[in-house]
Design a protein around this ligand. Structure first.
Ligand code: SAM
Ligand code: SF4
Length: 334
């Protein structure tokens, strides 16, 4: 297969979007994402910044036009700004249309201006609550103040910000009106995500789970929602809120599927290509990356992975609220 061919899977879907995890580590331990005592990968198992650049660049050569850097928390990875700096050359050449990241925002205050300078235009910031005590409890350690400063810095740097909030029974139900007012008051979209049963968190998934159909009904008691056909290249369905003019996105992997139009693949920080967030299909790209300085083997391995991209996911909360997949969300970055 030529290294210049696009990436099209067996179901005719063109892969144009890469989510690249740069670390499995994080400064937080969100209750729906990680367990209190996580064991992280030995650092030597992670791809180096140079390897991450080479790998991402191979995908760009195959027609990937959007890259999202994620984690774990991407901004705690040492050297991550060098990766942004390196990949920005593909923005300059026009091969890459978008370079972006998903972050918990704790380090954003000191990174936002540089990210904007390197060509990042949009950033997703995960924030589930506006209450400092609740934030500490949900993240098991975080402080809300730095995240708020990070949001301010991002907006001041001209970045378009989207807030991601996971729908949690008890929490989101109380705060949804405040989250909408806060996000839209600052010109930010808000995306609500159903919790997915990934990895053991030491928490009961069934107790946390709040279906977005239910949350939407609640939102509609206060706000006027109009469905839109707008898409952001991701799985979110958007509605517009008449009172604010802002948008709310709904990501509903548990109650709907969006696999027919899936254009994305994920690579872990160790160089494993996962072709579906909800399945275990994967191929390790590291041997190809490390085994040869030329990219031929790497492209062949990527092709083999894309050929194995499954038709769709099969999420289910296991009996007793157990996770449906043993892998944590932080291994792949959502
Ligand atoms: N640390 C960064 C952050 O929090 O934005 C990036 C990685 S984090 C794994 C990416 C996204 O996954 C976050 O928006 C987080 O809320 C979401 N997430 C984590 N665990 C989840 C789960 N079990 N179900 C649904 N979303 C989850
Ligand atoms: Fe860290 Fe993001 Fe997972 Fe929270 S959701 S523990 S911030 S990786």
């Amino acid at each position: 297969m030529s290294a210049t061919c696009g990436l099209v899977d067996l179901f005719g879907r063109r892969v144009s979007y890469l989510r690249l995890s740069v670390t499995d580590r994080c400064d937080l331990r969100c209750v729906y994402c990680m367990s209190e005592n996580m064991s992280f990968l030995p650092r030597k198992e992670l791809l180096t910044i140079e390897e991450l650049d080479r790998l991402a660049s191979a995908f760009v050569a195959r027609g990937v036009s959007k890259i999202r850097i994620t984690g774990g928390e991407p901004l705690v990875r040492r050297g991550v700004m060098d990766l942004f700096a390196g990949l920005s050359r593909h923005l300059a050449s026009g091969a890459l249309k978008e370079l972006t990241l998903t972050t918990n925002g704790t380090q954003l205050a000191r990174r936002a201006a540089d990210l904007a300078r390197l060509g990042v235009r949009r950033v997703n910031v995960s924030l589930d609550t506006l209450d400092a005590e609740r934030y500490r409890a949900l993240t098991r350690r975080g402080a809300l103040g730095p995240v708020m400063e990070g949001l301010q810095a991002a907006l001041a740097a001209g970045l378009k910000v989207k807030l991601n909030a996971v729908a949690l029974r008890g929490t989101t139900e109380d705060e949804i009106d405040d989250l909408i007012a806060f996000a839209h008051g600052h010109g930010m979209d808000l995306t609500l995500i159903e919790t997915m049963p990934l990895g053991d968190t030491g928490e009961d998934r069934t107790a946390q789970y709040l279906p977005l159909t239910e949350l939407r009904r609640r939102i509609e008691t206060r706000w006027t929602l109009t469905d839109t056909v707008e898409r952001s290249g991701g799985p979110a369905r958007y509605v517009r809120v008449a009172e604010t003019g802002g948008r709310i996105g709904f990501i509903t992997p548990m109650t709907h599927t969006f696999c027919e139009s899936c254009n994305r693949v994920r690579v872990s920080a160790t160089g494993v290509l996962y072709t579906c967030l909800g399945q275990e299909d994967r191929i390790d790209l590291k041997p190809a990356l490390r085994g040869s300085e030329a990219d031929g083997r790497l492209h062949a391995a990527i092709d083999a992975g894309i050929r194995g991209k499954p038709r769709g996911h099969d999420f289910a909360i296991g009996r007793g609220g157990a996770p449906g997949l043993v892998r944590h969300m932080s291994a792949l970055g959502g």
